[in-house]
Design a protein around this ligand. Structure first.
Ligand SMILES: Cc1cc2nc3c(=O)[nH]c(=O)nc-3n(C[C@H](O)[C@H](O)[C@H](O)COP(=O)(O)O)c2cc1C
Length: 310
């Protein structure tokens, strides 16, 4: 019997597998028992109602998707009254993802959503900072830290900072949010990309640029998770391109304590269950008693020397 429990700061999860924000809804309960997954993660909630980006919102590739959805949202009251009651029926912690245009609004939103049934606040800092230059909070170490500090002041729930990969030095951002009090780091959101509809001489996305996600992103985000793991002591939740248990094992071995499964949920809605069962089977095969033994279990090759690879 493999002990699948993992600890993310003060929260214990029954296993290390959960959905990425925005990739599950209440309807998932029709295809799986939500008691089986490590956590329920909500779509990002914003302070005000939002329509989201103008269409087209998605371009599909063989092994990934480029998307500019723009976080359509019905606001926090809708979430508290209409969505959360569905999730309270399960003994699975709920991670509430939040995003806001200012540091102060992040704090107020986190306070408002710290209601019974919400176990964790995940700060989606990939959104534009409207007090500064409109670049994502997560692109700037100080702005990322300010968001985390403000949320920590306004809630007694653990705070996970979900980083953007659209930076040159993700380890520096990770260290800044750790110093600001983040309880864990989610690494990472979609990577900025674009596509052109050449027949019509137009950008393929209504928003022109969007976030690239899915299996094609895995080597890049995995590399970032490894860099973050070497830079901080707080737990890391990997998020980027996982489709199978083998993919999740990579993230755990480079130092993640848990994983978020995203795009592939739309292709195979029971993918998370396959990942949970596959990680358990791997532990059994390798004689590991607990899934947490996988965290950071990758052994460097003997000839490894720190070097820049072009
Ligand atoms: C359709 C869709 C909607 C998403 N919505 C959100 C969101 O609201 N908030 C957020 O932080 N991330 C959002 N994401 C990003 C995912 O949570 C995840 O971090 C990202 O897709 C990388 O994982 P993947 O490669 O397994 O998809 C969304 C991704 C997809 C595909």
């Amino acid at each position: 019997m493999v002990d699948m429990r993992v600890r993310i700061g003060e929260i214990e999860l029954k296993n290390p597998v959960m959905p990425g924000s925005g990739t599950m809804g209440e309807g998932l309960a029709r295809v799986m028992d939500l008691n089986r997954i490590g956590a329920i993660v909500t779509k990002t909630i914003t302070p005000d109602k939002r329509e989201g980006c103008v269409p087209p919102r998605m371009v599909e590739y063989k092994d990934g998707s480029l998307m500019a959805i723009g976080i359509p949202c019905k606001g926090p009251d809708h979430y508290i009254e209409e969505i959360l009651p569905h999730y309270r029926a399960y003994a699975t912690p709920v991670v509430c993802s939040v995003s806001a245009p200012t540091v102060e609004a992040f704090g107020q939103l986190a306070a408002k959503l710290s209601v019974p049934g919400v176990s964790v606040i995940e700060a989606n800092i990939s959104c534009p900072n409207l007090e500064q230059d409109g670049k994502a909070f997560g692109m700037d170490a100080e702005a990322s830290a300010r968001v985390v500090r403000r949320i920590k002041e306004s809630t007694d729930r653990p705070v996970w900072a979900k980083l953007t990969p659209n930076v040159t030095d993700i380890a520096a951002i990770a260290q800044a949010v750790e110093a600001a009090g983040a309880d864990a780091i989610t690494c990472a959101n979609g990577m900025l990309g674009m596509a052109v509809d050449v027949e019509n001489f137009q950008p393929a996305l209504g928003n022109i640029t969007g976030g690239m996600t899915g299996p094609c992103m895995r080597p890049i985000i995995l590399r970032m998770a490894w860099q973050v793991a070497r830079a901080v002591k707080i737990p890391i939740i990997g998020s980027g391109g996982m489709a199978t248990a083998r993919d999740a094992l990579e993230y755990l071995m480079v130092g993640c304590s848990a994983v978020q499964i995203g795009t592939i949920n739309f292709v195979r809605p029971t993918a998370m269950l396959e990942v949970i069962d596959g990680v358990e089977a791997f532990c059994r095969r390798k004689g590991l008693r607990a899934a947490r033994e996988l965290t950071g279990a990758m052994v460097p090759r003997r000839e490894f020397k720190e070097q820049q690879v072009a």
